[in-house]
Design a protein around this ligand. Sequence first.
Ligand code: UTP
Length: 274
Amino acid sequence: MIKKCLFPVAGYGTRFLPATKSMPKEMLPVVNKPLVQYGVEESIEAGLTEVGFVTGRGKRAIADHFDTNYELEHQIAGSSKETFLTSIRDVIAKGSFSYTRQSEMKGLGDAILNGKRLIGDEPFGVVLSDDLCIGDTDGVLAQMVELYKQFRCSIVAVQEVPEDQISKFGVIAGEEMKEGLYQVTDMVEKPDAKDAPSNLAIIGRYILTPDIFDIIEQTPPGKNDEIQLTDALLTQAKKGCVLAYKFKGTRFDCGSVEGFVEATNFVYKNIYQG
Ligand code: UTP
């Protein structure tokens, strides 16, 4: 039903300089797998196999990663090292990959609008791959797709965050419809803790209905003079319905050095070592 997923990956990743000077932040490895591959695997697991990247300058390594490297395949074929390629071969076999560019960093809303030509007129997922999400059972996007089937409206993933963290996120207010599911009534991008409408912070997983594109087009620049997806989602919530879903799982903020180190330790202990 939902087949497509958009990955905005145009950001500069300044918090990881100098590592990200010539290498995309999304290609930083958490143990032995690039950050973006975790996100793409989550998308494919949820049935969203048509993957669209909104890229920018200096991001070609992402396109190379999701393509076959014949020289390497030839070199490694039949050797004991072949198993190291299993996960990426699987992703390449199951997914299809398209790319478009965001020419100026005008915010997440603008990045999503750039993805319109890859998505068309259908509902789609969005993954910010610097949020590494590990679902308790199903992946977070798969949990959200199940909800979409029931409610057919945009859904944002949220988690409770402590007060001193709140100003880093978009924050929602909502009416709880059932445990962990809210109908959004308000949304604020990066509020001061004292102005935050709740402690429910939006993380980097969304299901969006395609009317969001027209809404973004009408949305003026907001916080930091960027076109904020949060502002467009608030308009959508007021016109119709946007849900916020407290997902079942763990999220690591791999856009920050601390979160990246935490994720590395977690993945090494719980996934890599088994
Ligand atoms: P961030 O602001 O966390 O990413 O945006 P960044 O700008 O790369 O990081 P720092 O702050 O400089 O270290 C969240 C996500 O949205 C994408 C980013 O690539 C990242 O995945 N994004 C953001 C875009 O694609 N375009 C934009 O204009 C803004």
